[in-house]
Design a protein around this ligand. Structure first.
Ligand code: ADP
Ligand code: MG
Ligand code: MG
Length: 893
């Protein structure tokens, strides 16, 4: 526990925590730490104090009670703020100091927690404020906002009830904008707001400013465990934080008239990364008005005309902040009667595209070094650069244009609420959905997460939808004012055309274009800054990166992305080809070994041709080919598929009953644990022989063309070493035969997958036979947990929500359990291989986990030689591997 509960900041100083930057952030939250830091470097910030995250933790430990010792500390700090800001007292009836109460955890959670502004206003002090400022309109507007924010944030009143009142008022007065209401209107509105408050809270709006303050502090602490915050942490996989800090800060006002205003900006363009000042502001507005998407704000460049002096000062602060933090910043500011105050700075969220460009350009500008650049880009954010783009050749008409808020193209069926998205996706997980709303709010994050793209009719570049979409690398267009949404009819109209919910709509988040219908997409490529960053990453990493690919085109794409070989080539995918499935079925239906061999002979040329293509694409790199893995019934129609059975019978020229009988014979209660993997060639050795022959002959053919081939034959699902001993012997015999016949030798290896707990447990025995191990972590996870990976739908969401599991173990390696088996398997295997053969046992991973950054870090730690992942995740794995080696996975950009 830190010695102090509360830290003051103001003027050009801030109380010292004695901690490093990371420690300060953990103790004071990101917002508090940065407010203090801005004071220290001489940037104008209204004075305030931060109640630490440790007080939040203690609050929860003591059953939601502010610890006693913190109370006098808060009161004392408040006195300092009063002294620092003109000597006014909080809520003083004659001339009140007002404060904001703001949350702020160590990691930024935009919009997830609640801020209360104008605290300290009461029936008495509002009069004082009106008199002192000579601006009763402003005073009552501030008061009604406080009742709304305090009521909804601290006391759980519905914000809509307050909104309803202002709506009615505007209607009655025949005005459109809040700003058109007069002082008397607003005074009346205060009365109505208080009635709404009382109806819900069953008590009067508190008239004691200190009482307001402590209730507000409680509210911020409570919001830490509110649904929005919990949901956000779950999606972002944020764990291990102590809580939120509370920042209490003297209010400054952007709503005092034409010389006041408020804005948000980024020191560089968060979409593209371009080094330009980027943001929005509103004249005569307060707080969240800019980001709430209620009024469409002005671009920051225009501030140059409206307030030239303030603009100059702001441009100076932009550069001071970047030089100080050596990072792109996201800032909030308010101008009160021509005087500029900074209210927040933090590392700006950005698209993957922007992250890469900013990192590379900052190296060129001499702000950071290459290693820092590599550490700074979150591997998953590269997804953004690997997203398909709308096909530029497509001829779909652009019907409207909004603000390009987060790049990339997306097509999806229109749904008009986040709840509808969640419900639809649950039933149709493969559908692409376009979430279309007037604006989004933090309640919508679950639906936003599931949508392919987001389109809103209001809001600017810093609106909630834009910020959140950018963080996730999701295409987003906001402020598309030409679009009207009709919730009741479940339709939208754009440029006179109507689109019903469920019909396709396309957006281009790079240009802001909106199109009706579906647009094809094209694959991205790796060039420019992206390629530069990758070469820097490669200097740092130790792990090799391979890819999972079954076709030459995928192999070539992966190589373009930097793959250094194939870690998993699944041969069964080749079996499904239109021209081959008949031969495969013939093989399965065969009743004698001879018949089976005849059918296999038909498949062999196809297999060989595929391998030739892959070896050529991977010239010079190793290619791991896994022998047939799935149970044979996967190649036949399902038991109750009458039509399919008849079709197959017709195609094969056999009676329907023959197919049905074989399907019955092959039927399994639990196919995942059935007759599959190496069990197939153990029983039908001719299947394995054919595959090995195809591999070796293909290798010979490619070698003859002067290319370098390194085939690795991988035997799946081994649990007992004897399986491997038997199959290996046979494979060697086959390979030798091929090579003798061709009169040419190729280097090849035989190894196994470790995907059964027993294989990991007896890895020493297995390694005596295997030249390499590849951890098949999909099956290993399935078999270790006893979870069928296709059947987790029913319980996994609850397991994650109830924190029974921290993450879905099929997405990120379960380090504690499955990880222990892997670690043990590697150690046992390596020792044994060294002792018996004097060789280094090559170890890799080929499950889905190979492309998950956290799992890549784990693979690095346990000393694997490589990870293998799908082609489009190769750059992500390269970067994650570099960060693992550099000893830092900067998850907070
Ligand atoms: P968030 O974490 O959601 O960004 P903040 O605590 O930054 O919430 O508060 C939201 C907004 O409220 C700020 O952007 C700013 O405009 C306004 N605000 C907060 N504190 C003050 C203050 N002391 N004076 C004026 N405006 C404030
Ligand atoms: Mg907030
Ligand atoms: Mg903020």
């Amino acid at each position: 526990m830190s010695a102090k509960h509360v830290y003051f900041f103001g003027g050009k100083t801030a109380e010292d925590t004695g901690l490093d930057a990371k420690g300060q952030k953990e103790l004071l939250g990101g917002k508090g730490a940065n407010l203090a830091e801005m004071c220290r470097i001489g940037i104008p910030v209204p004075p305030g104090f931060t109640i630490t995250t440790e007080v939040c933790a203690a609050y929860y430990e003591q059953g939601k009670k502010i610890p006693e010792a913190a109370v006098p500390a808060i009161e004392e700090a408040l006195k300092k703020v009063e002294a620092a800001f003109g000597g006014r007292k909080l809520g003083d009836p004659a001339d009140p100091l007002l404060v904001s109460v703001r949350s702020g955890a160590a990691l930024s959670m935009p919009g997830m927690m609640n801020t209360i502004l104008n605290l300290g206003l009461t029936d008495a002090s509002v009069e004082g404020l009106a008199k002192k400022t000579g601006n009763p309109r402003f005073a009552y507007d501030s008061y009604r906002r406080l009742i709304d924010m305090f009521g909804s944030t601290a006391m759980g009143c519905e914000h809509e009830k307050f909104e309803h009142e202002i709506h009615e008022m505007k209607k009655a007065k025949g005005v459109k904008l809040d700003t058109d209401l007069s002082a008397d209107d607003l005074k009346e509105l205060v009365t109505r707001y208080k009635a709404v408050y009382k109806a819900h809270v069953m008590d009067d709006f508190p008239q004691d400013p200190k009482k307001q303050l402590f209730l507000a502090v409680n509210a911020v602490f409570n919001s830490w465990n509110g649904n929005k915050a919990i949901e956000y942490r779950r999606i972002e996989r944020i764990t291990g934080l102590r809580g939120t800090a509370v920042n209490v800060q003297a209010m400054v006002f952007g709503n005092m008239g034409g010389t006041s205003g408020t804005g948000v900006a980024f020191t560089r363009d968060p979409n593209t990364g371009e080094n330009v000042f980027y943001g929005d502001y509103l004249i005569n507005a307060q707080g969240e008005d800019v980001v709430a998407g209620i009024r469409t704000p002005e671009p920051i460049a225009k501030l140059h005309e409206d307030m030239p002096k303030v603009y100059e000062q702001l441009v100076g602060i932009r550069s001071t902040l970047e030089k100080h933090y050596k990072e792109m910043q996201d800032i909030e500011f308010t101008v009160q009667e021509g005087v500029l105050y900074m209210l927040q700075t933090r590392s700006g969220k950005r698209t993957g595209t922007a992250a890469v460009r900013i990192a590379v350009e900052m190296v060129k500008e001499g702000l950071i070094d290459e290693t820092t650049a590599v550490k700074r880009v979150a591997p998953d954010s590269l997804n953004h650069l690997l997203q398909p783009q709308l096909d530029p050749k497509s001829k779909v008409e652009v019907v409207a244009q909004g603000i390009a808020a987060s790049p990339g193209g997306a097509s999806g069926i229109v749904l008009l609420s986040a709840e509808a998205v969640v419900a639809h996706a649950e039933k149709n997980p493969n559908d692409s959905i376009m979430l279309v709303r007037k604006e989004t709010s933090p309640e919508d994050v679950a639906g936003m997460h599931l949508a392919k793209g987001i389109l809103t009719s209001t809001g600017g570049k810093a609106s909630h939808a834009a910020v959140v979409a950018r963080g996730w690398g999701k295409p987003c267009v906001v402020g598309c004012e030409a679009m009207k949404i009709n919730e009741e009819a479940q339709t939208i109209t754009i440029a006179g055309k109507t689109v019903k919910a469920g019909e396709f709509l396309t957006i281009n988040g790079t240009t802001g274009d909106v199109m009706i219908g579906k647009v094809p997409t094209v694959a991205p490529s790796m060039t420019g800054d992206f390629a530069t960053l990758m070469t820097w990453a490669d200097k740092g990493r130790k792990l090799k990166i391979r890819t999972n690919a079954d076709a030459p085109a995928d192999a070539a794409k992966a190589r373009e992305f930097g793959a250094e070989g194939i870690g998993l080539c699944r041969t069964e995918h080749m079996f499904f080809g239109k021209d081959r499935i008949a031969a495969v079925r013939e093989m399965i239906l065969a009743t004698s070994t001879d018949d089976r061999k005849k059918a296999l002979a038909k498949i062999e040329p196809f297999q060989k041709a595929d391998f030739v293509g892959i070896f050529e694409a991977m010239d010079g790199y190793p290619v791991t080919i896994r022998l047939l893995d799935p149970p044979l019934h996967e190649f036949l129609p399902q038991k109750d598929n009458v039509e399919g059975t008849e079709d197959v019978a017709r195609q094969m020229g056999v009676p329907v009953s023959a197919i049905r009988e074989r399907v019955d014979e092959l039927h399994e209660m639990n196919p995942m644990m059935g007759f599959r993997g190496c069990r197939l060639p153990v029983v039908f050795p001719e299947i394995g022989d054919m595959q090995v022959r195809a591999i070796i002959e293909a290798a010979i053919e490619v070698k003859k063309k002067g290319k370098s081939v390194l085939p690795e034959i991988m035997i799946p699902l081994v649990g007992v070493v004897e399986e491997l001993t038997m199959l290996k012997k046979r494979a060697i015999a086959t390979a030798e035969e091929c090579m003798t016949k061709a009169g040419i030798k190729v280097e090849y290896q035989i190894g196994t997958m470790i995907e059964l707990p027993r294989a990991a447990l007896t890895a020493d025995e297995i390694a005596a036979e295997a030249e390499f191990f590849s951890f098949g972590t999909n099956d290993l996870t399935q078999m270790t947990f006893g979870f069928s990976r296709d059947d987790i739908k029913g319980f996994m969401p609850t397991y994650l929500k109830e924190k029974i599991l921290p993450v879905d173990p099929f997405q990120s390696i379960d380090v504690k359990g499955v990880g222990k088996l892997i670690d043990m398997g590697i150690k046992l295997g390596r020792e044994s291989r060294k002792a018996k053969h004097g060789q280094h046992l090559k170890v890799g991973i080929c499950g889905e986990h190979g492309g998950d950054p956290d799992s890549v870090v784990f693979c690095h730690k346990v000393g694997m030689d490589y990870v293998s992942c799908s082609p489009f995740r190769v750059p992500i794995a390269r970067l994650a591997a570099a960060q693992a080696a550099l000893g830092d996975t900067a998850r907070d950009k």
